[in-house]
Each structure stands twice: as C-alpha cells, then as structure tokens.
Design a protein around this ligand. Structure first.
Ligand code: FES
Length: 156
C-alpha cells in the first residue's frame, strides 16, 4: 500500500505503485480537478504540484511520490472559500470551456511561489506546456497577473 500526502492529508492508496497519480486522484480519491487530456504528458490538463513544482500527473507513477507533498487544485481553495489564484480566474472570467484551466492554475501557482513578481513574459513562457483551444488567452494572462498582485505580501 502506498501512502501519499495530498493537500495536507495523508492518504493510503490501493492502486498498484505504477499507477499514474492522475488515475488515483480521480478514480480512487474523488479529486477531479486535474483533468485527463492526452494521457501522454503533452497537454498540461492533469498538472498538479509536487513539492511546489508543476508536474504532469498522467505520467507520474505514485511509487515516485511517497514522502513528497502533492497539491491539487482542491488544495488551493474551495467553492465556498476560493484561494487567490481561483478568485483571480473567476474575476477575470478566464475560463471558456474550462478544461485546461485547473492545470494552468497549478502551473501559475508554482510559478508565483517561485517568482512572486513574475513578468508577463515569464508567465507566457511558463504556460507554454498547456494546450488550450479556446479564446481567453489574454484573460488567463490577466488572471495570473491579478493573482500575483493579490498574493504579494502587504506592507504596512
Ligand atoms: Fe497529462 Fe495531457 S493529460 S499532460
């Protein structure tokens, strides 16, 4: 049995150790924010954070994740109490179909954790691995900028 730390909770996993994390999240744990897009590490829809870094969960077997800290979109906030990244995407109405958005939010969060004052250029570069066929790319950019602003440490 594999034990994983997901969104601050210790979870025992029944799936075999070579099962990709995405399947465990969605099928065993009911955490459905990470999406199945390509299953091949090529679209970004399944992105979560592992130890604060963006990772494609569709190609990451759970056996590599023991002792690591996994965060899914559910860990950034709830419907009742959305976190800053989620609030920013809502405020900018950045989702069109919305399928790619959870993965984009996770990678954007990982970026802002690392580089709180990320430039437009670095936000664009960071989100390159994420495929999106809708038309809200500028709204997504604005949402990440807004989240960065909201997350900035407030000085007195
Ligand atoms: Fe994982 Fe496409 S579903 S990268």
């Amino acid at each position: 049995m594999t034990t994983l730390t997901i969104n601050g909770e210790s979870r025992s996993i029944k799936a075999s150790p070579d099962t990709p994390l995405l399947y465990v999240l969605r099928d065993e744990l009911g955490l459905n924010a990470a999406k199945y897009g390509c299953g091949l590490g090529q679209c970004g829809a399944c992105t979560v954070m592992v130890d604060g870094k963006a990772v494609f969960s569709c190609i990451t077997p759970v056996m590599l994740l023991q002792g690591r800290t996994i965060t899914t979109l559910e860990g950034l906030g709830t419907v009742e109490a959305p976190g800053p990244m989620q609030r920013a995407f809502i405020a900018e109405q950045a989702a069109q179909c919305g399928f790619c958005i959870p993965g984009m939010m996770m990678r954007a969060q990982a970026l802002l954790n690392r580089v709180p004052h990320a430039t437009d250029q670095s936000i664009r570069a960071e989100l390159q691995p994420h495929l999106c066929r809708c038309g809200t790319h500028m709204r997504i950019l604005r949402a990440v900028r807004r989240a960065a602003e909201d997350m900035k440490p407030k000085t007195a």
